[in-house]
Design a protein around this ligand. Structure first.
Ligand code: SF4
Length: 506
């Protein structure tokens, strides 16, 4: 039988030795080391939950940031990182840049503690020291690349300490493609733990009490107005908006599980949806975005929750006429390319098209899932190419192909667009920070989008102003302009091992 490269034996690979070289090493080596260290099943699950494509390695930030951010946003939750100091430095820096206002715990290691197994003992001590019920409901422990590749066994941590839940997760850059999906890893692990508690007996009620109507749990972080808008759309169906997952508090997990249906507003929460499936809850894809999206979503939610056809039709009529009015009052004219890693890229494109924009390309770092399929079909019918797991190169190629009036994208895409004088908006900061749902979302993009498109002349002026300051290797102001050495790059590219699979993308 052929021996595939990812099926090593413990005799052939020294996990800790391989892992120790991780940050400069290749992801194939790390996967091999992790499998040899007993993490093969975990990596197989991640590969099934988060299938890769051209964008199989983060081209943005370390994926663990997604899990870290979810933990840091929860009340009475402590988060401990275990990984290389440089990774932890970057992750804590980014979390404070995004306003964490909370300490991030760190359990450091060196080669000795990694090799001898002492690191796990240190982790257990740290968890015991932190897990005080007067302070916390939960302690999250996140293994980064090196401890994951070395098989540091978080599953052996206690499930609870004095009632404080201990949630250990592995979030390696070589097994989790994006930070979006890392949010799902923590949310799914918490839902699994909470589901176990529900099965054992009574649990805490939501802080504000239980809703009088059956609820719809909302999957995906969204602008704060959106859950309120969704609640209003659900009201005529006799339903209410439930918690948003990832939740901001442990007890909200019980309320999230106690729903009539789940709305996968962001479509990449595979592990979380598995927990809802196990709890017997049905998940609906797409979202109430724009005229067609809202009508189809109300149909799907209504029928999943057993609402009568008359009632659904009345709810749709009311919602669609308000959305029509909002769209008519905020038209968008121009050609726009959309790309991002939030998971809402397809929804934004739908809204832009219904507002009058011409959209030819949507790139998303997220994978194709059944829950974004209605949006892909709608966009396909409107002449849009949807690229799942889009790489930076694909986003840039689409920009060259379509010559848009505006680019909505990630930082590197926006940077290239601006360099060539094309107006551009950051998806995360400027589009995700606006409502998208129902009538509130229908008019929300026009102002920022139209203002940006009107800036084309200013972009051209800026290009003229900065002409001659240099580009690429010579960018900046120099006394002696640096000399490019393409022959070095060529020689180094030739010398690179072909089967390495690339370095960790951090
Ligand atoms: S992806 Fe990079 S920054 Fe993130 S844990 Fe792995 S090596 Fe560290």
């Amino acid at each position: 039988m052929d021996q595939p490269i990812d099926a090593p034996t413990a005799d052939t690979v020294s996990p800790t030795a391989e892992a120790a070289a991780s940050c400069s090493g290749g992801k194939v080596k790390l996967r091999v080391a992790a499998a040899a260290a007993g993490q093969g099943e975990l990596l197989d699950r991640y590969a099934a939950d988060y299938p890769v494509g051209p964008h199989d390695q983060p081209q943005s930030m370390c994926p663990a940031f997604g899990s870290l951010r979810v933990g840091l946003r929860m009340r009475r939750t402590a988060t401990l990182l275990c990984g290389s100091a440089c990774c932890v430095y970057g992750l804590t820096f980014t979390s404070h840049f995004y306003g964490a206002r909370r300490s991030v715990g760190y359990v450091p290691f060196d080669s000795e503690s990694l090799v001898t197994g002492k690191l796990f003992e240190d982790l257990r001590d740290a968890v015991h020291a932190v897990a005080k019920p007067e302070d916390y409901d939960a302690v999250v422990v996140i293994n980064l690349c090196v401890p994951t590749a070395s098989g540091v066994p978080l599953r052996l941590l206690p499930r609870t300490i004095d009632g404080v839940r201990i949630i250990g997760i592995d979030v390696p850059g070589f097994g989790v493609p994006t930070h979006a999906e890392a949010k799902d890893i923590l949310a799914g692990a918490m839902l699994a733990h909470a589901r176990g508690e529900v099965e054992q007996g009574p649990v805490a009620a939501p802080r504000q009490g239980r809703a009088s109507n059956p609820t719809v749990t909302l999957l995906g972080e969204m602008f704060p107005v959106d859950p309120v808008t969704i609640g209003r759309l659900l009201e005529p169906l006799g339903l209410a908006a439930g918690p948003v997952v990832p939740t901001r508090e442990w007890r909200e997990l019980y309320a999230a599980l106690d729903c009539a249906a789940v709305a996968a507003i962001h479509p990449f929460y595979t592990a979380s949806i598995r927990e809802f499936d196990l709890a017997g809850r049905r998940t609906i894809g797409s979202a109430p975005v724009g005229r067609d999206g809202t009508a189809a979503w109300l149909d799907a939610i209504g029928s999943a929750c057993g609402v009568t056809g008359d009632r659904i039709a009345a709810a749709k009529d009311a919602a669609v006429s308000a959305i029509d009015a909002a769209l008519a009052g905020a038209p968008i004219r121009g050609r726009i390319n959309v790309s991002g890693y939030e998971g809402s890229e397809l929804l934004v494109a739908r809204l832009l098209i219904e507002s009058g924009a011409e959209v030819k390309y949507v790139g998303t770092a997220c994978p194709a899932t059944p829950w974004s399929e209605p949006d892909r079909q709608w966009l396909d019918a409107h002449g849009v190419r949807v690229q799942y797991r889009a790489s930076l190169e694909q986003d840039l190629a689409a920009m060259r192909e379509h010559g848009p009036d505006l680019v909505i994208g990630t930082t590197p895409v926006v940077q290239v667009a601006k360099e060539q004088g094309t107006p551009a908006l950051y998806f995360t900061n400027l589009i995700s920070a606006r409502p998208l749902m129902g009538a509130a979302g229908a008019g929300s993009l026009a102002q920022v989008v139209n203002t940006a498109m009107a800036n084309r002349t200013r972009m051209a002026t800026m290009r003229t102003f900065f002409a001659g300051v240099g580009q690429g290797h010579a960018a900046g102001v120099w006394e002696d302009v640096p000399r490019d050495r393409p022959e070095f790059r060529r020689a180094q590219a030739k010398a690179k091992p072909k089967d390495d699979g690339g370095a960790i993308g951090c």
